[in-house]
Design a protein around this ligand. Structure first.
Ligand code: ZN
Ligand code: ZN
Length: 227
């Protein structure tokens, strides 16, 4: 037993009643009480990855969420996989999904600000950046989003905050295949809002898009301008 944490005094019960001068039995150590070892408060985990999932409740937090400071036991991950079921923290879900979607984490803040300004809902951003696994990058002319096989761009149009959706150029071969070329063309959408732009690019399917176009029997020229 660790004597350091014990209080004891020297006594032998068999000496009880003996007068001073009578032969005393050697005294043994009798432990009076054990002092409790000093308990240190449990330390919060050191965050080294983008997200922390609490061990007990399984809630995912962004690394900057204020709740993270209180998490003692957590699993850390860098990416939210599209096919895993995630329970998001209600305080930091928006930040977490944007962080999951940006190519460069230093774009996180400006990207989030942009979606705030354009009033894009958190559920739409979750579908885009987690379920679809899209990747966003801030570029000088706007924001570039890679989703599925295609590159899209929401390009700033004027100082008032208007923007246009642009789609990467490609050439359609006779067999109906396509190959990508340089540059972008404007993709006309109604209404021209960022929310509808994101919905459009998430739902875009090249094969389906051209099947629809063929049904409408559009001329080759028109098809070219509305790739
Ligand atoms: Zn959180
Ligand atoms: Zn297009």
């Amino acid at each position: 037993m660790e004597e350091k944490n014990c209080r004891y005094f020297l006594i032998n019960l068999r000496n009880a009643g003996k007068k001073p001068g009578q032969k005393q039995n050697p005294a043994g150590k009798r432990i009076l009480w054990k002092e409790k070892k000093p308990v240190l408060p449990p330390q919060p985990i050191k965050v080294t990855h983008n997200f922390v999932i609490t061990k007990r409740s399984g809630i995912l937090h962004d690394r900057e969420c204020f709740c993270v400071r209180r998490i003692r036991h957590g699993r850390q991950i860098n990416k939210i996989e599209p096919d895993t079921e995630v329970r998001f923290c209600k305080w930091c879900q928006r930040k977490a999904v944007v962080r999951n979607g940006v190519k460069d984490v230093s774009d996180c803040e400006i990207c989030e600000k942009f979606f705030d300004e354009k009033q894009v809902s958190t559920s739409l951003l979750t579908r885009l950046f987690v379920e679809k696994g899209a990747e966003a990058e801030m570029v000088p002319v706007g924001i570039q989003i890679y989703c599925g096989d295609d590159y899209w761009r929401i390009r700033w149009k004027n100082e008032k905050g208007a923007s246009v959706l642009e789609h990467n150029n490609y050439v359609r071969t006779i067999e109906g295949e396509r190959y990508f070329t340089k540059g972008y063309h404007e993709q006309h959408i109604r209404p021209n809002t960022v929310t509808s732009a994101l919905r459009y690019l998430m739902a875009y399917d090249y094969t389906a898009h051209h099947r629809e176009a063929a049904k409408k029997k559009v001329s080759h020229e028109y098809e070219k301008s509305a790739l």
